[in-house]
Design a protein around this ligand. Structure first.
Ligand SMILES: [Fe+2]
Ligand SMILES: [Fe+2]
Length: 238
């Protein structure tokens, strides 16, 4: 299945400049309704999960898209690229709802087998998009699939699909950063007393995982944006 998506030349390795989601007819009439429909389905899926969960998938996707938007603006990217990235990352976890609902909310830290099963949501989501739009050729589709497929990759090649850094686009690299942050900022039972404040998560990302997980050239502006947000909020969690 992965081979279907592995023609690297299909991916634009740089920021998406060649279209404008907000005004592009295909984006507005085909992709936007698709994303909205998929997020509604994800919300319905979330409602089947236990009542006391903290990591709610459709809320996570919204926060991640907003963080992506703010990071792009912080980096000085254009409004067009920023909006394109916002919409492209919004559906990144739709593959989760195609998996059995009971696999997500375990009290214990997931073992390798369960973790691998959960991580198939990247391929499942990409395949869902490819199937639905097999006759549509548009750079937004390519971008959406790139982010969906690669948001759990690592810069050292030890990510979910073992893809090497040189094959990971800037949109995919930044998506991995923004996505991981939100995952670590929302408390879950196996986190116990881990520091999940904004500075706490950034410290963890920088020190523990930084050099091997993330592209630090993109992580630094993200960290700075989050710290600025934290300082402006006036909230001191610790
Ligand atoms: Fe994911
Ligand atoms: Fe995610």
């Amino acid at each position: 299945m992965l081979e279907n998506f592995r023609k690297r030349s299909d991916y634009n390795m740089d920021w998406p400049e060649s279209f404008d989601f907000e005004t592009d007819e295909t984006c507005q009439t085909i992709f936007r309704p698709f994303i909205e429909e998929q997020l509604e389905e994800l919300k319905a899926y979330d409602s089947k999960r236990p009542d006391d969960i903290t990591y709610i998938f459709h809320e996570h996707t919204g926060r991640v898209a907003t963080d992506m938007e703010n990071t792009c603006l912080y980096m000085g990217l254009s409004d067009k690229v920023t909006k394109n990235m916002y919409w492209a990352i919004l559906p990144h976890d739709i593959g989760k709802k195609e998996l059995p609902v009971e696999i997500w909310d375990t009290i214990e830290k997931p073992n390798d087998e369960l973790r691998t099963k959960r991580r198939t949501h990247t391929l499942i989501g990409a395949e869902l998009v490819e199937k639905r739009f097999k006759n549509v050729d548009h750079p937004f589709k390519t971008l959406m699939i790139d982010i969906m497929l690669h948001h759990h990759e690592q810069i050292d090649g030890n990510g979910t699909l073992s893809i090497l850094a040189k094959e990971l686009s800037k949109p995919a690299r930044l998506s991995a950063i923004v996505d991981a942050y939100d995952g670590w900022h929302i408390w879950r039972p196996h986190y116990e007393d881990r520091d999940i404040s904004i500075p706490g998560v950034l410290k963890r990302m920088r020190e523990k995982k930084g050099s091997t997980f993330f592209d630090m050239a993109l992580a630094e502006p993200f960290f700075n944006m989050k710290l600025k947000e934290h300082n402006q909020s006036g909230v001191r969690t610790h």
